[in-house]
Design a protein around this ligand. Structure first.
Ligand code: SF4
Length: 825
């Protein structure tokens, strides 16, 4: 065991990273060596203390079980006293150690040590009732309860310094989460130190070395950027930031805490993920800061001064930010505060005034609410919640995909979650199913195992895209979340989040939320022939650009949608699938969430179909069966008295964007390489297209059908054409209708249902290719290295593939007329 471990140490040292945490098997072997009296017992004890992940992983179970035996004296090992074993149990976060410590509380000779250890643990959950019951007659348990009620877990932690002196590492322009955590290295994300070696590799390749050099000189480093953290909601981006800027966490292998990020603009999801994980993200004017510059952050006065003593403009922080930072992140703070609240209730004493408290906006007597505000309100047991309200809505549905999934599973284990409290947790495999690396296969098994063990639903590789599935399991007007930034429910509302918050919502059944303001997007008029739903998607930023509410330039970028809830009206006759095209693209707008007002009859028929699908999954043996049964019951209950929330007439929005569909007279395309750079087809017609892609969560069966119809009996495509059905059901239907054969005849390449080219970690287009795609986003290098990507409808994509170039508007309409297609139909 030791030889193998030391080989791992040496191999990974070549990459400048620590060895992997000990597996359950290694932990068992290590314990066997200790029990045999191995001559390196001191080293083995250090490994046991520091190299086993805390929480409810298998290795933690082995460690906790054995330490309890040592504490009880059933096993004795030189150099490890009962007290030391109990102290080690106390450093294990929560889960198996909690049960062991509660048992040890009941042993008079060990109770004092067990109480000391338990006082510092906050991930107690259901075990709280056991301690509270015990406290009635057990003095040690009472002492634990008193400590929790006084929030000693917080007050006895190291206070924050008044001032932090930092050296700046600055990157100019926009730094998206793919720059911090490249999508093409997604398979390494669960291995934080390894993944962190890809930090900035294409965008700021000297970053790791420069930061390390500053740190070697004993400096605290602050990462600064003009626009920081746009793109996917990647906890891995924050993990890498913490790895390079933060500090080790005692007894937690391969994870660091803290780090400072300064940004003139910080993307809302990145900001929230940073807060959750204990990274201090500060919105401030970084324009004049330079790499290597020393600055001083005064936490008490909330000021930032550069090396010349000039003050840097800073935004006001959330009231609780510094408490969160001290507690190691917002999630730790919420968990601890909930424990303190429960202990105060059990002891019937007032809540201690040691935390900063938020004052929420007060609703007026006849307060009017938007649709989103009503949905979140219902999840909080209120008629509505106003923007700026800090609340904890109940989360009924949580989605996890397979590149963020391994981290979510790690966080679930670290949160000491043995059973999900959210009603439905669903795990998909759409990001890696088509072209898995060997390491993906093991991850599939462990994600499915953890999901099912905790009472969630595991899909299967090849089933298709997460959202196309999750959207078929939604309960209208409820709130959800997901680790994929496109978790944007067409029914109800979803606030996508980093994997830490997703795991939290799954484990605890609620999530912290500061209610964002809303922007209303209202469609009017009739779509003209040839104008598709995708053109309506692009019409939103196009209209905002024309009205000066959005700019393409990154420096001092304007974006009315950033961080708000997009509330869409005027498409009540849309199907739920069509509505999702609009809500899905709210991710590209950097919106926090999206609602779509749909007609009751459309939603009812969607729910009926969905129940049929879920029943089929039960027949096919999908697990956890109970999760499916529960969700079917919830959908049936909704169907028994169907109703949908509606906004109040006088609801107020941050802005209202009216879009007259009569003015959209030609297809609209997002141009290379920015989803906001929307232009009419006529301005880019004739551009040579090397490759074309019909797929991603922006597509559904309707798109495959229209593509098959347009391509039928046409000559071989001039561009390389890729087609990826969103789900296996779509693939089966289009196959049975002869569509796959049509695609094959014109040279189309049909991919396994899933994300395919959209994700960029699977198949790739040729380096430097010009691409027409139906996928979601066209960030640099996403579909292929140096690719220049247009985004638009399946219709434009299919015709472009045939022609090898973007059609003219006249060619486009003539083609549709020849094929008798009205557009989007
Ligand atoms: S299809 Fe693309 S945007 Fe949609 S979930 Fe997959 S990778 Fe994300």
């Amino acid at each position: 065991m030791l030889e193998q471990y030391q080989k791992d140490v040496a191999d990974r040292a070549l990459l400048g990273i620590p060895p992997l945490p000990l597996s359950a098997e290694q932990t068992e072997d290590l314990i066997a060596l200790l029990t045999q009296g191995h001559d390196k017992s001191e080293l083995l004890l250090d490994l046991l203390a520091d190299r086993v992940e805390p929480g409810v992983g298998k290795a933690a179970a082995v460690k906790a079980g054995w330490l309890e035996q040592v504490a009880l004296g059933t096993v004795s090992v030189p150099g490890l006293s009962a007290e030391s074993a109990i102290a080690m149990l106390g450093h294990m976060g929560g889960g198996y150690n909690v049960a062991a410590l509660i048992r040890l509380l009941q042993k008079p000779e060990l109770a004092a040590s067990a109480a000391q250890a338990l006082k510092k643990v906050t991930k107690i959950y259901e075990a709280f009732d056991e301690v509270a019951a015990l406290a009635r007659e057990n003095a040690a348990a009472r002492e634990v309860l008193e400590s929790w009620a006084a929030a000693e877990w917080f007050t006895q932690s190291a206070p924050l310094p008044e001032q932090l002196h930092c050296t700046v590492y600055k990157v100019e322009g926009e730094i998206n989460t793919d720059d911090f955590s490249p999508g093409n290295q997604a398979q390494s994300r669960a291995d934080i130190p390894l993944h962190a070696t890809f930090f900035g590799v294409t965008r700021f390749p000297e970053g790791i070395g420069t930061i390390a050099q500053f740190r070697q000189n004993g400096k605290t480093v602050a990462f600064a950027g003009d626009v920081v953290g746009t793109g996917s909601s990647r906890k891995s981006a924050i993990n890498s930031v913490s790895w390079h800027l933060g500090t080790d966490i005692h007894h937690v292998p391969n994870k660091r805490r803290g780090g400072i990020v300064l940004g003139s603009t910080i993307a809302p999801i990145f900001y929230a993920t940073a807060r959750d994980a204990g990274v201090l993200a500060i919105a401030c004017d970084v324009t004049d800061l330079q790499t290597g510059e020393e600055c001083t952050l005064n936490l008490r006065q909330w000021t930032l001064t550069d090396q010349n003593g000039r003050s840097v403009r800073m935004d006001e922080p959330p009231v609780t930010l510094l408490d969160e930072y001290r507690a190691g992140g917002r999630l730790n703070l919420i968990i601890g505060r909930n424990l303190t609240r429960m202990a105060c209730e059990a002891l019937q004493r007032p809540y201690p005034s040691v935390f900063k408290e938020v004052v929420n906006p007060e609703p007026a007597e006849d307060q009017a609410y938007t649709l989103a505000q009503k949905m979140v309100g219902r999840a909080c047991g209120l008629p509505g919640v106003l923007p700026g309200t800090v609340c904890q809505p109940q989360i009924t549905t949580v989605g996890s995909q397979d590149t963020t999934g391994p981290m979510t599973m790690q966080e679930i284990e670290e949160l000491a979650c043995l059973r999900f409290k959210t009603d439905l947790f669903m795990q998909s495999f759409c990001h890696t199913a088509a072209y898995p690396k060997t390491s993906d296969l093991g991850r599939w098994d462990s994600m499915a195992e953890t999901t099912i063990k905790c009472g969630g639903l595991a899909l299967r590789p090849g089933d298709g895209v997460i959202h196309s599935w999750l959207n078929r399991m939604l309960i209208p007007d409820t709130v959800g979340t997901g680790g994929d930034s496109h978790t944007r429910f067409p029914l109800g509302i979803s606030f996508p989040a980093g994997s830490g918050l997703v795991a939290f919502a799954a484990a605890l059944g609620f999530m912290p939320l500061e209610m964002p303001p809303s922007v209303l997007v209202r469609f009017h008029g009739q779509r003209r022939p040839g104008i598709t739903v995708r053109d309506m998607v692009n019409a939103i930023p196009y209209t905002a650009l024309q009205k000066g509410l959005l700019t393409v330039a990154k420096k001092e970028k304007k974006n009315i949608f950033a961080g708000v809830i997009l509330e869409i009206e005027g498409i009540e006759d849309f199907s739920v699938e069509e509505a999702f095209e609009l809500s899905d693209a709210s991710a590209e707008r950097s919106a926090a969430a999206c609602t779509v007002a749909l007609s009751l009859s459309r939603v009812e028929s969607n729910i009926r179909d969905n129940i049929g699908l879920l029943l089929q999954l039960i027949d096919e043996g999908y697990q956890d069966r109970e999760a499916l049964v529960r969700r079917i019951a919830a959908l049936e209950a909704w169907l028994a008295a169907p109703s949908l929330l509606c906004r109040d007439e006088k609801a107020r929005y941050k802005a209202v964007l009216d879009i007259d569909l009569n003015t959209v007279v030609e297809p609209l395309l997002a141009c290379p390489n920015d989803p906001d750079d929307i232009r009419p087809l006529s301005s880019v017609a004739g551009t040579a297209i090397d490759e074309a892609f019909i797929g991603s969560c922006m597509t559904h069966l309707g798109h495959l059908r229209v593509a098959a119809h347009l391509l039928k009996d046409e000559p071989y495509a001039q561009s390389r054409l890729w087609i990826a059905p969103a789900t296996r059901m779509d693939r089966d239907v289009i196959r049975n209708e002869g569509g796959l054969s049509v695609f094959a005849q014109i040279g189309g390449r049909v991919e396994i249902p899933g994300c395919s080219l959209c994700m960029g970690n699977q198949a790739r287009v040729q380096p430097g290719a010009v691409v027409m795609s139906t996928s979601t986003r066209n960030f640099d290098n996403r579909l292929g290295d140096g690719a220049r990507v247009f985004l638009g409808s399946a219709e434009v994509t299919a015709i472009s593939a045939l022609l090898g170039r973007l059609p003219t508007v006249a060619e486009y309409h003539a083609f549709l007329a020849r094929k008798q297609v009205a557009g989007g139909q």
